[in-house]
Design a protein around this ligand. Structure first.
Ligand code: HEM
Length: 439
């Protein structure tokens, strides 16, 4: 939709951005989107009386604010039941066009989060048919859109294509190759990412579909992954596909500054932002299901039904890594997942995990473990998503420890990966995500 017929247009100077906008009708129009609670006034009338489906699913009417003076939504927002995570390669050589793309995505993102179409329906200039409209009657469903900037925005193949190389945050490192990584290039990397989360899978998919359409010609989708969770509001800590409660231990609110939000050590545009690491981790469910309950609990280090640490009785009981049984053996095994990933075993470091299960049907796999396994198997597992203040202290050392020693590794294969910087939210409709970097 970003029209490509402007190769000869001069780069707009500072203060000339309005002229640049007027050449892109979609941006200017989407930019007039309503904001906050008034979003539905843009032409969509989603009211519970009109739509019986919304009366019995009131949660679908809940709006998560897109604009904020703090972080983007989708990080500390209570986890929704669905995600559609998409990674894009930038296809333009012009910084100005990257800027306009981010402006368009922010403006449309606000509309979508409010339960509207990407472009307000009331606008005559833009034909309504542009929005695919599959989410029209569902409601906002707590949609959040979280934009991330990969290394490729700053530098690609040694080229400083947008003049941003010197502004790459030092914490935005390339991830090392970890032991046993089997990353698939087509599911790894990307210059920009969008994490769309909602309490409805169609709302999350629709949002990314619209943003991809708006970026047509400027950013190409490289890979995407849909994911799902039990709705935490109804079940407490949701269970992953291994059947264990996942997400019990995460930084508390009073630990977010320490572990999640970038502080004065980061560049100005990243302060109050964070870094996201996503990993597509296939779980060998067939292999897992062949193991007894007690073996499974030894692998994780927690009880399956209650979620309590081994040797304890309640989900929130602290891990006692020193506790031994009457034979003198450690109750939480030396290679248990929770032991190796715990703050106690990682110099006090924590990451904010916000993952989703995924299920992509079946695929033909040549299994790493057990070595004789070659068959059609589930392609299902965990879209692991973690936020942290600095991946050099968060994901990288913690996962290095896991990749080398975790007994969970017998059942998991890392097949996709991306690391991105996640700037603060856009403050209001006059701003867009990443504006201070791209201005
Ligand atoms: C398929 C892969 C994975 C599965 C099924 C899985 C599952 C679990 C489960 C069941 C727990 C215990 C409950 C909880 O505290 O939330 C847990 C804890 C945790 N996991 Fe994972 N996990 C996986 C991958 C990872 C990876 C790649 C990391 C990367 C660093 C990680 C880091 C953690 C951390 C930090 C904890 C909290 C430990 C604590 O303080 O008690 N996990 N995971």
């Amino acid at each position: 939709v970003l029209d490509t017929n402007h190769e000869s247009e001069p780069e707009p100077q500072d203060g000339d951005s309005r002229r640049a906008l007027s050449r892109r009708a979609f941006i200017g129009t989407v930019g007039s989107a309503a904001f906050g609670a008034g979003l539905l006034a843009g032409g969509l009338t989603l009211t519970s009386s009109d739509s019986p489906s919304l009366t019995d699913t009131a949660y679908r009417n809940t709006i998560e604010p897109f604009y904020s003076a703090g972080p983007q939504g989708g990080i500390i927002t209570p986890t929704q039941s669905s995600t559609y995570f998409a990674s894009f390669d930038l296809a333009t050589a012009k910084r100005r066009e990257v800027r306009e793309l981010l402006r368009a995505w922010s403006n449309a993102g606000a509309n979508l989060a409010g339960g509207s179409t990407a472009e307000p329906l009331s606008t005559k200039a833009l034909s309504v048919e542009r929005d695919s409209m599959e989410a029209l009657d569902i409601g906002p469903a707590r949609l959040t859109l979280t934009f991330g900037f990969g290394a490729g925005l700053f530098e690609k193949d040694g080229e400083d294509r947008y003049g941003l190389r010197s502004r790459r945050p030092t914490a935005l490192v390339d991830l090392p190759k970890f032991p046993n990584d089997q990353l698939i290039a087509q599911k790894t990397g990307g210059d920009l990412t969008i994490q769309a989360c909602a309490d409805d899978p169609q709302v999350a998919f629709h949002a990314v579909r619209q943003l991809a359409r708006l970026g047509d010609g400027f950013a190409t989708m490289r890979w995407a992954q849909a994911g799902f969770n039990e709705t935490p509001a109804t079940v407490g800590v949701p269970r992953n596909l291994m059947g264990f409660k996942d997400g019990i231990i995460n930084p508390e609110n009073n630990q977010l500054d320490k572990f999640v939000w970038v502080g004065s050590e980061g560049p100005g545009w990243m302060r109050g932002g964070t870094y996201l690491v996503a990993r597509r981790i296939r779980i060998s469910l067939e292999h897992w299901d062949s193991k007894s309950l007690s073996v499974q609990e030894q692998v994780i280090g927690r009880q399956k039904v209650s979620g309590a640490p081994l040797g304890r009785s309640a989900e929130m009981d602290p891990l006692d890594l020193e506790a031994k049984d009457s034979d003198g053996n450690l109750i939480i095994p030396i290679d248990a997942h929770v032991r190796l990933s715990s703050a106690q075993a990682n110099h006090g470091q924590m990451i904010l995990r916000r993952g989703f299960a995924y299920n992509d049907g079946m695929s033909d796999f040549d299994e790493r473990w057990p070595p004789w396994q070659q068959a059609m198997l589930y392609d299902a597992g965990l879209l692991f998503i973690a936020y942290q203040r600095d991946p050099r202290r968060g994901f990288i050392p913690i996962f290095q420890n896991l990749a080398e020693n975790d007994s969970l590794g017998q059942f998991t294969t890392q097949t996709g990966s991306v690391i991105v910087a996640v700037p603060r939210a856009a403050k209001n409709p006059c701003h867009f995500v990443g504006e201070e970097l791209l201005a």
